[in-house]
Each structure stands twice: as structure tokens, then as C-alpha cells.
Ligand binder design. Sequence first.
Ligand code: DLL
Length: 429
Amino acid sequence: MSNNFFNPVEECYSVDELRAVQDQRLRQVVRHTDLNSRYFHERYQAAGIDSAGFRGLDDLHALPFMSKIDFREQYPDGMCCVPKDRIVEMHMSSGSTGTPVVMLYTQHDVDQWAECMARCYCMAGAKPGDVVQITPGLGLFNGGFGCFHGARANGMFIIPAGPGNTQRQIHLARDFKTRVLVGVVSYGTRIMEMMQEMKVSLPDLEIGIFGAEAFSDAMKAKLRDGMGIDAYDIYGMTETGGIGTLGQDCCAHNGTHVWEDHYIVEVLDATTHQPVADGQLGELIVTSLTREALPVIRFRTGDLTSVLSREKCVCGRSHVRLAPISGRVDDMLIIKGVNFFPSQVEQSLMKIPGVLPQYQIFVNDVNGVKELYIKVEAEKGVTGHQIVKQLREDLGFSPDGDVFPAGTLPRQDGKAKRVFYMKNGVEIQ
Ligand code: DLL
């Protein structure tokens, strides 16, 4: 357990300082977007907002929401707030409809991203000179480059491995003494499996930073114990500027500290858009305060979380702490009258001794009635009956479940596809 700061002053702002910075930066970003982008200007006009008289945090609730749909409709650069010749980088995610979501960066935006990401590395205990192995793709996906920019800012030795060739990852980590490993959660589990298969331990590896997918506490424990590391949960998305922009947990592992001097977060009821009380689950809404090319204003992330605490943390930071993402608004499953998220299935499965981190969830619509079927890898001796019993205890109904030997379910190098939708046994998406 370790705790460092990349930017001790801003990371240790008091709540009052954070509010003052947010208030001033919110006025600035509303003015900037209004003056420099027709998209934002028209939306503010339609909502009756004059950016010259905008009163900062007091007027936050009056700002209109935006969502992924706006990014898709404005593809490729319809929302851009700076002249084209100031753009130095782009990233993109494709999502379920196939229409891309593009994020554009000025040099200032790349530096802002690097700062957020460097804070995350430091918060996990990484120091200048540490070897960091970056396994998210270094391409259009924001994961790899965000890790790269942040590591450069923090003065680390970068192994830009990207995903895949898992045996080589282990050799690289052993030979170059990797201390910090970053990856999407399911690729972290893949590396852990390969370490076990190759019977290699990596004594220099101390810190694992994972994200991009549902990450249950039980999965964190598996990675921690299986790799002998401290496991951190990092958060961010293309629209907010990428990995790390929305923060990470600290050494106390008690929620995701959001970088509140750069982002305002609200947790709202996904249907009524009214604020929910701290501790209650709702949709996360994000406003970026310091991004230039493509700021987001009250962006509906679709991610569900709750405010865990606004108190000063033992690590010294007052930045708000959010619960791990429990799912997406559109991911909720309703089966036999029970509402739940795939992450709850993961949490339940990973509690069973001998169950391995690879699983698939099938939602089969049989003549209008939804049924759940789970495939999971497990060590010898674990039975389908144990799986069904655990899920019945945790979810309140009995799905079907089967156990498969290690290494038999399909794996992806990027984000894992965990949920499959079927109609009368035939996959539909
Ligand atoms: O997944 C950024 C990222 C890369 C984060 C690597 C962490 C590690 P997108 O592809 O735009 O960006 O996907 C963003 O992924 O809205 C969440 O639904 C989900 N997500 C990201 N981090 C977490 C996390 C990257 N720590 C979407 N826990 C988000 C759960 C996460 N879900």
C-alpha cells in the first residue's frame, strides 16, 4: 500500500477550493463552447442560456444534457470548439451501432489527459523510473495512448506492448522487471492465467491498474491474489478524454476519486434526471471543465454508480469518491421479475472457490420468456450445481449453469464480450 501525488496542491484541494475552481472553470467552459461551436451555441440558445450571464455552479442544472447520440450525429468534427489546425491527436470508439464516437485533442487536451493519468499512476504508488507495461491497444482505442502520455508525464520507463501475444508479455515483464501493469480487466485475467500456465512468478510486478469493463470486488481479489499485486480500478471514457480522466481508487481502495478540479460529476435518476441522494444508484453525468477541442457539458455517460463519500479520504484527497461502475443504463437484465446487472453475476461467480475468471452470460428469449444460462470456467471438482446454488442465493432465482475446463471458453485481447442475447437459442446481436 502506497500513496503518492503527481500534483500535491490540486490533488489535495479542500472541498471549498474544489467548488471555487469548478465554479470559475464552469463559467469559462460554457463561454468557450458558446463562442466557438455552433453546435453548443444552438443548444444553449434553445435552452435559454446566455453564456455571458451564466452563473457557474448555481446554473449547472439549467444546462442541457448531451449524450453519445450527439457525438454520432456530429461525426467527424461538428462539435469541435477550436480551429482544425490546433488538433494534434484523435481517438475513437465504435460502440454498438457502429457509428464512431470521436474525441479530438489540442496539445492542451493531451497535456490535461497526461496529468489525469499521471495522477492515477501516482495514486497507485507508481514512481518516476518505474517500468510500466501498457497492454491496452495503442491505436484508435484511447486506452494505450492515455497510459503512454501519463507515463511520459510521470517519467516512467514505458513498455508499449499493446494487447496479445500473452506469453511474450510475461517474458517482457520478467526480463524488464515490470513494476506496473495496465490493462483492460479481462486481459489482466488472461495474463494471470498465462503466468499460472507457464509457472512464472513476477516478483517485480507490484501494481496492476485495470478498467474499461465491469470490475467486481471478487474479480479484484482474484487478480490481487493470483498475481501478487495491488489491483486498482481506473475509469474514463472516449468522450471525457480517455482512460484515467475520471479517476481511480487510491491505496485505501474505497471508491473512485474523480478529478473534480477537471470534471463535475452528478448522479441522477436515469429516467427523471433528478439528483439521487448520495449512496443511491443513478446515471453518472459528466461536465469537463478544462478540455478545449471537445468539452462535454452534462454528458449522460449511461454508466450507473453512486456517491460513496464526499469526506476527506485517508489518502489526503477530498475529490469525491464514486462506487465502482455497476453496469450501464441499457445493460440491466430483467429475468423472472428480478432486475440485475451482469456485474452482479460476475461478483456471485467469483465468490465460488475454484471458479476461474472466464465466463459468458446467455440471455435467451424463449417465446417471450427470458431465461439465463451461464458458462464459466472452473478447476476440477467445481460443479454446475454449485454455480446455480450461488446464483440463486445472490440473485433470487435459478438460472442454468455449466462448468468448463480452464482455457476452453473464447478469449478476446480487447474488451471481453460477456453477455450474449439469443432468441429461441439463436444469437441476435
Ligand atoms: O474503456 C477507457 C478505459 C480504457 C478505461 C482502459 C479504463 C481502462 P471507452 O472505450 O470509451 O473507454 O469505454 C468507456 O467503458 O462508459 C464504462 O461503461 C466502461 N468502463 C471504463 N472504465 C471502467 C471501469 C475506455 N473502471 C466505457 N469499470 C465507460 C467499469 C468501465 N466500466
